[in-house]
Design a protein around this ligand. Structure first.
Ligand SMILES: Cc1cc2nc3c(=O)[nH]c(=O)nc-3n(C[C@H](O)[C@H](O)[C@H](O)COP(=O)(O)O)c2cc1C
Length: 348
C-alpha cells in the first residue's frame, strides 16, 4: 500500500471535503490560506471526460502550491478511463488520487458512477486496480506518450510542465476512496470489507445512503462500524457528515475512533473553520474581495456568476449583511465587488 503524503500527517486528519461547484481552485486557496486543513480534495472530475480529451475539465485540476497536500478526485465507470485519469492527475503533480464512490446525483448514478458503484462491487474493485496501475505506471517512469492519453490532454500536461520548468518528480501516488454507507439501505459492513481487499490508504465515508441524498442526519454509528471492520487492515477511515467545527470533529474521533474527519458545507463562506477562528465582519469583507480577485486570476475562463454564491456565504452573521448580499448578487467582476464593499462599509 503506497501511503505517500498521508504517512506524514498527524492524526486525527481534518480535511476539506470535495464539493462540486464549490471547492474549486479559488475556494481551496482561501481555505488553505485562512484555515490550513490537513488535506484538500478537488471537485470530482470525469474519468471518461478526461479520456475523451475534454480540455475544459483541466480547470478542475488547477491548484496552487499553498493547497498541498491536494488530492484529485475522479468519478466514472470505466476502468480504462480511470487508468488514464489517474496517470493524468499524477503527471500534473497532485499529491494523491481519490475515487468518488459516493455521488448521488441522478445523471452520475444512472451512468453507473459515484454511489452506484456500491451496487457493482466487482466493478468498483476493478476501477481501484486500474487507477492504481495508472499511478504505478507514472511513478515508475512510463513515458507519457505511452499511457494512451488523448492528444489534447497530453499537450495540456506538456504545456503545464513548460510553465513549471519540468515534469513533476516521479513517485507512486497514494489512492483513496470516498463513499457513502449504502445505496438504498445501509450495507457498510460488506462494503468496507469489499473495499479493504483492494487496500486503499483511506476510505472517507459520508454517513448517508445514496437514497437519502442530504436529508436526515449522517449515521455516525454506521461509520463507527466501518472503523471496526477496517481495523488491522491498514486502511484509514475518515468520517464525514454534518460536522461544523474542528471541536465537533475531535468529538467524533473520540466517540467513533475514526482516523480523521472531512468537513464540507460548514466551510462555505467560512474558510476559517479549520483554524477555529470566528471571522470578524472586516475579515469577511476582505475575503469577498480577495476571493473574487483570486477567482478571476485562476479561472479567467469561468463566468463570474460562479463566484457570487461565495460572496453570499461570506455575507452573513453581521448587521446589514442582507443588504450587502443583495448588492453583491449583481456584481460582474472583482473590481465591482471591491467598489460595492467599500461603498457599503463607508455607509455603515
Ligand atoms: C454542493 C455539494 C457538492 C458536492 N460534491 C462532491 C464531490 O464532487 N465529490 C464528493 O465526493 N462529494 C461531494 N459532495 C459531498 C461532500 O463531500 C460531503 O460528503 C457532504 O457534503 C457531507 O459533508 P458535510 O455535512 O460536512 O457537508 C458534495 C456536497 C455538496 C453539498
Amino acid at each position: 500500500m503506497e501511503r505517500g503524503f498521508w504517512a506524514t500527517l498527524k492524526k486525527p486528519i481534518i480535511g476539506l471535503a470535495p464539493m462540486d461547484g464549490v471547492t474549486d481552485a479559488a475556494f481551496r486557496f482561501m481555505s488553505a490560506k485562512y484555515g490550513h486543513p490537513h488535506v484538500v480534495y478537488t471537485e470530482f472530475t470525469s474519468a471518461e471526460g478526461i479520456e475523451a480529451g475534454a480540455l475544459r475539465l483541466m480547470r478542475d485540476f488547477r491548484y496552487s502550491e499553498l493547497e498541498r497536500p491536494v488530492v484529485a478526485q475522479i468519478f466514472g465507470y470505466h476502468p480504462k478511463a480511470f487508468y488514464k485519469a489517474a496517470f493524468t492527475a499524477a503527471a500534473l503533480g497532485f499529491d494523491g488520487v481519490d475515487i468518488n464512490m459516493g455521488c448521488p446525483a441522478k445523471n452520475i448514478a444512472e451512468a453507473g458512477s459515484g454511489a452506484a458503484l456500491i451496487r457493482t462491487p466487482e466493478l468498483a474493485k476493478e476501477i481501484v486496480c486500474a487507477t492504481r496501475r495508472g499511478l504505478e505506471d507514472w511513478g515508475r517512469g512510463m513515458e507519457v506518450a505511452q499511457a494512451g492519453l488523448h492528444s489534447a490532454i497530453l499537450e495540456y500536461a506538456q504545456t503545464e510542465w513548460a510553465h513549471l520548468g519540468g515534469a513533476p518528480v516521479r513517485r507512486v501516488l497514494p489512492l483513496t476512496i470516498k463513499t457513502r454507507i449504502g445505496y438504498d439501505a445501509v450495507v457498510i459492513e460488506e462494503w468496507i470489507k469489499h473495499l479493504s481487499e483492494v487496500e486503499p490508504v483511506a476510505i472517507a465515508i459520508h454517513g448517508r445512503t445514496l437514497k437519502q441524498l442530504y436529508t436526515g442526519l449522517a449515521n455516525w454509528d454506521a461509520i463507527g462500524r466501518a472503523v471496526e471492520i477496517a481495523r488491522g487492515s491498514g486502511t484509514m477511515i475518515f468520517g464525514n457528515g454534518d460536522v461544523r467545527t474542528v471541536a465537533e470533529a475531535h468529538e467524533r474521533v473520540a466517540q467513533y475512533g475514526v482516523d480523521g474527519v472531512l468537513i464540507g458545507r460548514a466551510v462555505e463562506g467560512n474558510p476559517w473553520v479549520f483554524a477555529e477562528h470566528t471571522a470578524t465582519r472586516e475579515e469577511k469583507l476582505q475575503a469577498c474581495i480577495e476571493h473574487a480577485r483570486y477567482f478571476e486570476k485562476v479561472s479567467p475562463d469561468q463566468r463570474f456568476l460562479n463566484m457570487r454564491k461565495h460572496l453570499a456565504w461570506y455575507c452573513s452573521g453581521f448587521d446589514g449583511a442582507r443588504e450587502l448580499r443583495i448588492q453583491l448578487m449583481t456584481t460582474q467582476s472583482a473590481d465591482e465587488v471591491e467598489k460595492v464593499v467599500h461603498a457599503w462599509n463607508c455607509k455603515e
